[in-house]
Every structure is written in structure tokens, then in C-alpha cells.
Design a protein around this ligand. Structure first.
Ligand code: TYD
Ligand code: MG
Length: 455
């Protein structure tokens, strides 16, 4: 009898397993994502690390201490904000982002600030040598004597050092380069990533040490094995932003200890990342006079309202016109064009339509709909919206304009920044007038379009 093969094909996106190779993953629908990996059943206790959980015992709910008061400040205010108000002990955080966006920089700065108080912080790097990290550190003005660098990729060796040093915080740069010798598949494969993350989770929980894992984003825009990792870790943070502009956003897309979609705003400078405490107006471009195809949106990112300019360009297209969006969902754009046609009589079927959220910010909330549609109609007509104009509101398929959460806050922020005219959903009308802001409320998209034309 032939020896049974001990390799299996694993989807690198959702970790679906199959005995034979498949072109398309039946679980998540991804193409070409199945990779052959060797599976080794791990012998119980054999050479594994010592971070085993205590034997479980049920505890009365009322006797469990609340964790919120024990958050530690990372020393970087904007980073604390995305984490939900500081670092929770024993938490496992995944920080993802494109290469070169600033992941190593941010966590080196955090490590520096954390260790300034005397705590030992271990920075494990499989990506760069000590000298390279030192070089970066010199630019950042890092001087921490308690910051220890470990250029190592082997998980068992890393754990041995952790056992010896007992650091107060651990940074792993990156999860893709770290591998366990217990698993035979290649570093960076889904089995390795999952094993490494699971081991660090166990370590974080048993020792109460916060662990930060840096993860690269694959070209498809997700951390390799995203679903497999996102449910293991406590918090998932993503770097966003345009590498060409100096602004960087760090967004919490999952947080067991805080609000999701909370963002931290940074500017990349010569000396590292600097927090931007008041980011409301950085995503506006500076036009002297109002231009056609531009509409300012007040978006609510986490707990902070922010003003973002939405730009649209509608131009006569060829036989198959293009719809392109940057920073906004493309499917949603197609839907909005259909709503504009059906309910407001604005036809773009023979036009190329491009929309862009200025500054590389990604907008996921539907409250952007109204601003996008007004920008499109403004570009199509070649007529700018009035000076100091803002809009927000979700638009439904039936053409109705639905309220956005926390409308008053958005309006107040716009007024504070000197905006003077607003078109908002009826249900977002403030109870008392807001000084300096003329507010028009609408219930339907055609009403909003008519209003914008008459202003
Ligand atoms: P880095 O943190 O190495 O990116 P990642 O770890 O996400 O791949 O950041 C690299 C970029 O940041 C690089 O293009 C140089 C720039 N940078 C600055 O502009 N100022 C600085 O002080 C530092 C350290 C980096
Ligand atoms: Mg790096």
C-alpha cells in the first residue's frame, strides 16, 4: 500500500483545506489561493513552549476585576486613541499595512516611549538587522536603554529570550517572517502564521504581556490569511493613506477593547510619525474658488468628525464607460448612479465617472452617498457647488435620504471650520440653529439635487 501523503492544500486566504489542488477555493471563492503545505501532527507536549493555560475553573462574574482601569498609555496619544484609550495588558494586536507606510516606525516609537518609563520592551525583527533598526531609531531620536532588539525569526528562540528577559511588551516585526520549527510549511504560509499568532496569543494571555504583531498586506489588500488571523487577535489595526502624501491613518477594524473604526491620524515627518490632534480639515484640497465636481463631506471616523473632499469627474466615455472610485466603494458608486438616473433624472450611462476621496482616506460609511451624488451632478453640469458647502446622508435605492449617525456633531464641526451651507437629511436637522451655518434639510435625492442647483 502506498504511503499516505502528509501534505494538504490550504487556501491562503481563508484556510480552507483540501486533499487535492483546486483552482478556486470553494469556501471563499478566491482564485489560485490553494498552496500545498506539509501537515505535521504536533505531538503532545513535545518541545512546545511552556506557556500553557492554567487549568480552567469557573469564576463568578461579580468577582472578575474590571480591566478598563488598568490600561497603560503607549506614550503616543493617537495610538492610544485607536486602541480605545491605551494598551490593555495581555492584549494581542495586529498592525497591518502596505510596505513602507510606517508600521516599523510607529511601533519603534511606541517601544521607545513605553520603555522610557523603565519597562523592558522587546523588539523582535525578522525583517531588519539591529543596525538597520538602530539607523531608524537614530532618525527618531530613540535613546531608550530598556529597549532590546532581537533579530530572530525562529519562534522557539524568540520564546526562549522572552522567558529569560520577561519583557513588559513585545513587538514582532513581522508575523510573516516568524516561523515555528514545529510546523514544516514555509514561513509566511497560512499554517505558520496561524501557529505563530496562536502561540503569541497564549503567551499574551498567560503572561499578561501586550504583544504587537506587524503584518504585511498582500497585493489583494489583505493580510495573508486575514480571516484566519483576524479572529485570533484581540485588535486589528490597519494603516491607510497615500504613501505620496505625508498623512497616515491607523484604523481599528476590530477591537475587543474599544470602538471599531476609531482612527489615529499621523503625519510622516523627517523624524518619524507625529500625531495630528485636530485632523478635521487635512483632507480638503485648497481651491481658491469653488470648482465643479467637488463636494465636502463631513464623515465620522470612530468618534471624531472629519471633513473630506469628495471629487467627481464625469466625462463622455466610449462604448463601455468606466466607473472608478478611489477611497469609496465601487459597487456603491454603481448603485448611486442608478438612483440618480431613476429618481433624479440624471443619466450617466454614456459617461465615464470617476470619484475620489481626497488625501488617500478610505470612506466606508454610507453617509457619504449624498456628497458623492452632489459632486457627480456638479461635474456633469460643470457648475460648482456654492462656497462653504457641505453635505452628508445615506441615499437608499428608493431615492430616500436617510439620516447619518450623530448629525449634530458633524454640523458643529463644519460650522467650526467656517462652512456656511449644509444639505443634510431631514432627521438630522438640529433642534437649535447652529451659528454661521444655513441648514437645508431634504427627504429625497431629487429634492437635494434641485436644492443644489438653486443655491
Ligand atoms: P517603515 O516604518 O519602515 O515602513 P513599514 O515598516 O511599514 O514597511 O517606514 C518607511 C518609510 O517611512 C520610508 O519610506 C521612510 C519613511 N520615514 C520617514 O519619512 N521619516 C522617518 O523618520 C522614518 C523613520 C521613516
Ligand atoms: Mg517594516
Amino acid at each position: 500500500m502506498p504511503k499516505q501523503s502528509n501534505t494538504t492544500f490550504i487556501c491562503q486566504s481563508c484556510s480552507y483545506q483540501s486533499r487535492k489542488w483546486l483552482g478556486k477555493c470553494p469556501e471563499c471563492g478566491e482564485w489560485n489561493s490553494l498552496v500545498e503545505e506539509r501537515v505535521v501532527s504536533v505531538k503532545k507536549g513535545a518541545g512546545r513552549n511552556n506557556f500553557r493555560m492554567r487549568e480552567a475553573q469557573a469564576v463568578p462574574y461579580t468577582e472578575i476585576e474590571s480591566q478598563d482601569d488598568v490600561r497603560i498609555s503607549s506614550g503616543v496619544t493617537e495610538f492610544d486613541r485607536v486602541l480605545g484609550g491605551g494598551i490593555v495588558p495581555g492584549t494581542l494586536v495586529l498592525l497591518g499595512g502596505d510596505p513602507g507606510i510606517g508600521k516599523s516606525t510607529l511601533l519603534l516609537q511606541v517601544a521607545d516611549k513605553l520603555s522610557a518609563s523603565g519597562a523592558v520592551v522587546l523588539y523582535v525583527s525578522g525583517e531588519e538587522s539591529e543596525r538597520q533598526i538602530k539607523l531608524r531609531g537614530e532618525r527618531l531620536g530613540v535613546q531608550a536603554p530598556n529597549l532590546l532588539l532581537l533579530p530572530e525569526t525562529n519562534l522557539e528562540n524568540i520564546f526562549r529570550e522572552i522567558e529569560r528577559l520577561k519583557p513588559a511588551a513585545i513587538i514582532v516585526d513581522s508575523i510573516q517572517t516568524t516561523f515555528s520549527s514545529e510546523i514544516e510549511s514555509a514561513p509566511g504560509s497560512i499554517s505558520q502564521i496561524r501557529e505563530v499568532a496562536a502561540q503569541f496569543l497564549l503567551l499574551a494571555k498567560t503572561r499578561g504581556t501586550p504583544v504587537f504583531l506587524i503584518g504585511h498586506v498582500t497585493k489583494e489588500g489583505s493580510i495573508a490569511g486575514p480571516r484566519a488571523l483576524e479572529h485570533i487577535v484581540d485588535t486589528v489595526l490597519y494603516f491607510e493613506g497615500d504613501t505620496h502624501s505625508s498623512f497616515r491613518l491607523v484604523r481599528a477594524i476590530k477591537n475587543r477593547f474599544g470602538a471599531v473604526n476609531e482612527i489615529g491620524v499621523f503625519a510622516m515627518t523627517e523624524r518619524g510619525l507625529k500625531g495630528v490632534a485636530n485632523p478635521s480639515a487635512i483632507f480638503l484640497s485648497t481651491h481658491g474658488d469653488p470648482v465643479a465636481g467637488s463636494c465636502v463631506l463631513v464623515t465620522l471616523e470612530g468618534t471624531r468628525p472629519m471633513l473630506v473632499e469628495i471629487q467627481a469627474l464625469v466625462d463622455s466615455g466610449g462604448p463601455s464607460p468606466r466607473r472608478l472610485s478611489v477611497g469609496l466603494e465601487r459597487d456603491r458608486l454603481a448603485m448611486m448612479l442608478a438612483v440618480l438616473h431613476r429618481h433624479a433624472g440624471i443619466a450617466c450611462f454614456d459617461q465615464d465617472v470617476f470619484v475620489n476621496a481626497v488625501g488617500g482616506v478610505r470612506i466606508s460609511e454610507p453617509a457619504a452617498d449624498l456628497a458623492v451624488m452632489l459632486a457627480i451632478q456638479s461635474s456633469l453640469r460643470g457648475k460648482p457647488l456654492p462656497r462653504g458647502f457641505i453635505a452628508f446622508g445615506e441615499v437608499g435605492l428608493a431615492g430616500e435620504v436617510r439620516p447619518a449617525p450623530r448629525g449634530q456633531e458633524r454640523l458643529r464641526e463644519a460650522a467650526k471650520l467656517g462652512f456656511s451651507v449644509a444639505v443634510v437629511p431631514k432627521a438630522n436637522a438640529p433642534k437649535r440653529p447652529i451659528e454661521g451655518l444655513t441648514i437645508h434639510t431634504v427627504e429625497r435625492i431629487e429634492q437635494a439635487i434641485d436644492l443644489a442647483r438653486s443655491l
